[in-house]
Design a protein around this ligand. Structure first.
Ligand SMILES: Cc1cc2nc3c(=O)[nH]c(=O)nc-3n(C[C@H](O)[C@H](O)[C@H](O)COP(=O)(O)OP(=O)(O)OC[C@H]3O[C@@H](n4cnc5c(N)ncnc54)[C@H](O)[C@@H]3O)c2cc1C
Length: 566
C-alpha cells in the first residue's frame, strides 16, 4: 500500500508531486526497475489534475480523419510558433499509444456508437481530437494512475512539503521536506529527482487553479540555478465562472455553446470569423476582454449560452458544468446563459527541460505543468496539457530511472537538515511583522491588474516595483502558528516566498519580450508579432537578488511561421 513508511531514506528516483505527471513518471521509473518514491504535499488523488474537465488530445481519428502531423501543426500554430517543434512532434506521435495505454488500465473514456473512444472538437484543432470522460476527464485519469501506483506498491511520502533541493557535487541528490502531519524537516536522498509540482495559477485572483498551485517546483529549481523558460506566458482561459473563477470547460464550446455580449451578439465573428468559439484561447480571451473593456460586457463578463444544446445533451455530456454553474453562480445553463470572463489558468512557462525532462542540473528532471519543454510555446491548446503530463511524465520517469540505475552513490551532506532548521527557526521565532495573507492578496490582485490578458510597458514596470516592495515586506513576515501539526500558516508563508520570486521572473521576462505573441499581448506599444527579433525563448535565472535574463532559439523542424488567423 502507499504509505509513509520511512523518512531520511534514499531512493533511485524521487518524484516530487503526485498529479498526472508525477504518478505517470513514478510508474515508468518503477517499470524500468528503479527503487522509486513519490512525495506530495497533498494526497495524490487530491492533486489538481483531478480538476481537469474537458479531455486529452491524441490523433486517434475516431471522430473524423486525423493524424499526428495535423495535431503537431495545430499545436505549432496554436503556440504562435514559440513551441519547439521537435518536442511537439514527439508529443503528437506518442500520444495515441499513451491514450490506449490509459484505456487498457481502465480509463472510462466516453464512447462512440460503435464502442471506440469518443473525441470532441476543442479550440484551434483541425479535427475532433479530444478524448474525454464526460467532463470529469482529470478525475478519471487520476484514479486510474493511482490504481497503478498502488498496484506497484510505490512508496509515497504523503503530505510532505518539499522546501529545498539537495545539491552536492554539482548533482541534485535529494529533497529537504517538511512533514505536514508530524512536523519536522527530513532529508530524502535520491540519485534523481523529478519535479512534477504543477502550475502557479495562484499568482492571480480569479484563477481556475486550486489553492495548492503555487509554483513550488519552479522556485525550487530557480533557487539551485536552473533556468526557467518563457515565464511571461501565463494562459487566461476564456470561460471562468463569475465571480469565483471556477473553470467552465472548453468542452462546452466543443459541444456547440455560443459566446454572447450584452447585445446578444456572437461577437467572435469580428475576431475569429472562421473558428468562432473554437478559436484558440488567447484569441478568445482577448476578444472577451475587448468587449468588456469597450462596454459590451454584462457586469464585467460575457455570456456562455448552452441553451440551444438542449437539456438531454447538457445532462449527458456536461453534467459537471451544470452543477458548477448552479452551485457557484446560481445559474442553470439549461435555462440561462452562464456569466464568464478570462481567468488565469495555465502556465506555459516553467523549468527548462529537454525532451526527456532533463534540466541543466544533473539528476534533476521536471515534467507536467511545472516544466517548459516547450510544447505549448506562447499559447497552449486545450487538451494538450493532460497529454503532456502523460507522455513527458512517462519519458522523464524512464530516463531518470536509466540514469539512476547506472550510477551508484547518493550523498546528502552532513548538516543539511540542521542548516535548514536554523533558517526555518528564524522565520518561526519572529513575532513582530506582517501576516503573509496580506502580501499574497496584494500580489494576486496586482498581477491580475498589471500582468493580465493585456500588458502595457508602464503597467509591467509598476508591477515590477510592486513585487519588489512585496518581497521587502516578505522579509518581515510573521507565522503565528508555532505548532508542528498541519501548520498551514507556515507552509503558506513558504509558498508565498516561491510566488514572489516567480512573479519577479514573469514581469522581467514580459518586459524583455517587446512584441505581441500568444498570451503575451501588448496592443498599445508592440501590437505585432516580431519573428525577426523574438522568435526565441526567454530564459531566466536568479542572480543574487534579481532575475537575470537570457534567450534561446526556438527549434523548428517542418513549419515556418505564418500569419495566425482562425
Ligand atoms: C480547472 C482545470 C481544468 C483543466 N482541464 C484540462 C483539460 O480538460 N485538458 C487538459 O489537457 N488540461 C486541462 N487542464 C490543465 C491540466 O489539468 C494541468 O496542467 C495538469 O493536470 C497538471 O498536472 P501536473 O501533474 O503537472 O500537476 P498537478 O496535478 O497540479 O499536481 C501537482 C502535484 O505536486 C504536488 N506538490 C506541489 N508542490 C509541492 C511541494 N512543495 N511539495 C510536495 N508536493 C508538492 C501536489 O501535491 C500535487 O500532487 C486544466 C486545468 C485546470 C486548472
Amino acid at each position: 500500500m502507499c504509505s509513509v513508511i520511512a523518512v531520511d531514506a534514499k531512493h533511485d528516483v524521487l518524484v516530487v508531486g503526485a498529479g498526472c505527471a508525477g504518478m505517470r513518471a513514478a510508474i515508468a521509473a518503477f517499470d524500468a526497475g528503479a527503487d522509486v518514491a513519490m512525495l506530495s504535499k497533498l494526497h495524490p488523488t487530491r492533486s489538481h489534475s483531478g480538476a481537469a474537465e474537458g479531455g486529452i488530445n491524441a490523433a486517434l481519428g475516431n471522430a473524423s480523419e486525423d493524424d499526428p502531423e495535423s495535431h503537431a501543426f495545430d499545436t505549432v500554430k496554436g503556440s504562435d510558433y514559440l513551441g519547439d517543434q521537435d518536442a511537439i512532434e514527439v508529443l503528437c506521435n506518442e500520444a495515441p499509444g499513451d491514450v490506449y495505454e490509459l484505456e487498457n488500465w481502465g480509463a472510462v473514456f466516453s464512447r462512440t456508437e460503435d464502442g471506440r473512444i469518443a473525441q470532441r472538437p476543442f479550440g484551434a484543432a483541425g479535427a475532433p481530437r479530444t478524448a474525454y470522460a464526460a467532463d470529469i476527464t482529470g478525475h478519471v485519469l487520476v484514479q486510474v494512475l493511482y490504481e497503478q501506483v498502488v498496484k506497484r506498491e510505490i512508496r509515497t511520502y504523503e503530505e510532505f512539503f518539499a522546501w529545498k533541493l539537495v545539491v552536492e557535487d554539482d548533482r541534485c541528490q535529494g529533497v529537504l521536506a517538511w512533514d505536514l502531519l508530524n512536523g519536522g524537516l527530513h532529508a530524502i536522498g535520491a540519485k534523481t529527482v523529478i519535479l512534477a509540482t504543477g502550475g502557479a495559477g495562484r499568482l492571480y485572483v480569479g484563477t481556475t487553479n486550486a489553492y495548492a498551485c503555487t509554483g513550488d517546483g519552479m522556485a525550487l529549481a530557480l533557487r539551485v540555478g536552473v533556468p526557467l523558460k518563457d515565464m511571461e506566458m501565463m494562459q487566461f482561459h476564456p470561460t471562468t465562472l463569475s465571480p469565483t473563477g471556477v473553470l467552465i470547460t472548453e468542452g462546452c464550446r466543443g459541444e456547440g455553446a455560443h459566446l454572447l455580449n450584452a447585445d446578444g451578439e456572437r461577437f467572435l465573428k469580428r475576431y475569429a470569423p472562421n473558428a468562432m468559439e473554437l478559436a484558440s484561447r488567447d484569441v478568445i480571451s482577448r476578444a472577451e476582454q475587448t468587449e468588456i473593456d469597450e462596454g459590451r460586457g454584462v457586469d464585467g463578463n460575457v455570456l456562455l449560452d448552452l441553451r440551444h444544446l438542449g437539456a438531454e445533451r447538457i445532462l449527458e455530456r456536461l453534467h459537471g458544468t451544470r452543477e458548477l454553474s448552479m452551485v457557484f453562480a446560481g445559474v442553470d445553463p439549461i435555462h440561462d446563459p452562464i456569466p464568464v470572463r478570462p481567468g488565469s489558468h495555465y502556465h506555459m512557462g516553467g523549468v527548462d527541460t529537454d525532451m526527456w525532462g532533463q534540466t541543466e542540473l544533473t539528476g534533476l528532471y521536471a515534467a507536467g505543468e511545472v516544466a517548459c519543454i516547450s510544447v505549448h510555446g506562447a499559447n497552449r491548446l486545450g487538451g494538450n496539457a493532460l497529454m503532456e503530463t502523460i507522455t513527458f511524465g512517462r519519458r522523464a520517469g524512464a530516463h531518470a530511472a536509466d540514469w539512476a540505475l547506472s550510477h551508484t552513490t547518493v550523498t546528502v551532506p552532513e548538516g543539511v537538515v540542521s542548516d535548514a532548521e536554523r533558517e526555518l527557526k528564524v522565520l518561526l521565532d519572529r513575532v513582530e511583522g506582517e501576516r503573509p495573507w496580506q502580501i499574497r492578496d496584494t500580489l494576486a490582485q496586482t498581477m491580475h491588474e498589471n500582468f493580465g490578458v493585456f500588458r502595457r510597458e508602464d503597467q509591467m514596470l509598476r508591477q515590477g516595483e510592486i513585487v519588489e516592495a512585496l518581497r521587502e515586506r516578505y522579509e518581515q513576515v510573521v507565522v503565528e502558528d508555532k505548532g508542528n501539526v498541519f501548520n498551514s500558516d507556515l507552509t503558506q508563508a513558504l509558498e508565498l516566498g516561491f510566488l514572489l520570486e516567480l512573479a519577479a521572473c514573469m514581469v522581467d521576462s514580459g518586459l524583455a519580450r517587446k512584441e505581441s505573441r500568444g498570451a503575451h499581448a501588448r496592443p498599445h506599444d508592440y501590437p505585432d508579432r516580431d519573428d525577426e527579433n523574438y522568435l526565441r525563448h526567454t530564459l531566466v535565472t536568479w542572480d543574487g537578488d534579481r532575475p537575470a535574463l537570457d534567450w534561446r532559439p526556438v527549434t523548428m523542424t517542418k513549419w515556418q511561421p505564418q500569419e495566425r488567423t482562425y
